[in-house]
Design a protein around this ligand. Structure first.
Ligand code: ACO
Ligand code: ACO
Length: 150
């Protein structure tokens, strides 16, 4: 799989980005400010992530998503590895990522990639999203923030 920046004038894969974040408004906002990378094989986009500078020495993976037919094959791990290498090359010292309290698989993946929990933003999802979100039978209410030195 080749991981590359989105070309100028190329539309971002919104259907994938919305798998990671149901708020189209928030997705469009960080797409404007951040850098969008796609993972592609045989002209098919299999994954996407958006990286945004959030501090003088820090970038955050604001959105990461893999095509549902290709989950569990290491693509998410590859995209995270790419984000870490890219941020390091650009001279950043940390990469951050946040996910819902109910996102058990995502929390597992991020910790396997070396991220550690640094904070919990209580009620982030109840405040910022109109509809109630559920995953794994758990209501998604709090944002778990993780960080990794690079
Ligand atoms: N317990 C333990 N480990 C788990 C669990 C679990 N319940 N669930 C998943 N994992 C592990 C897997 O075992 C695997 O680890 P391994 O490489 O050691 O075997 C890892 O998590 C999954 O790795 P990948 O196969 O690389 O991940 P995938 O390609 O499926 O992509 C992703 C992961 C991006 C989260 C995908 O499932 C997806 O697109 N989900 C929908 C969108 C989404 O939720 N995005 C993240 C939102 S948060 C944000 O965007 C910042
Ligand atoms: N993803 C989603 N849901 C999960 C997952 C997962 N990876 N793993 C477990 N669950 C859910 C199950 O689906 C189930 O939910 P459900 O009732 O909605 O189906 C629930 O967690 C498990 O419920 P029980 O069957 O009632 O739990 P069990 O009788 O297995 O006891 C316990 C759980 C006590 C943690 C047991 O596994 C155990 O003794 N583990 C070893 C000791 C231990 O770790 N103790 C806790 C340490 S922390 C402490 O002591 C304060």
């Amino acid at each position: 799989m080749e991981i590359r920046r989105l070309f100028m004038n190329e539309s971002p894969p919104l259907h994938l980005l919305l798998l990671a974040d149901p708020s189209r408004e928030l997705v469009e906002d960080y797409l404007k400010k951040g850098i969008c990378f796609v993972g592609e094989r045989n002209n098919q986009i299999l994954g996407v992530y958006v990286l945004l500078q959030v501090g003088p020495e820090s970038m955050e993976i604001k959105n990461i998503a893999v095509d549902e037919n290709h989950h569990g094959r290491g693509i998410g791990r590859q995209l995270i590895g790419h984000a870490i290498s890219y941020a390091k090359e650009q001279g950043y010292k940390t990469v951050e990522i946040g996910t819902g309290n109910s996102s058990i698989g995502q929390l597992a993946l991020y910790q396997k990639c070396g991220f550690r929990i640094i904070a919990v933003d209580r009620d982030f999802f109840t405040k910022h999203y109109d509809e109630e979100l559920y995953e794994n039978g758990i209501q998604c209410q709090d944002m778990v923030r993780l960080s990794r030195s690079i």
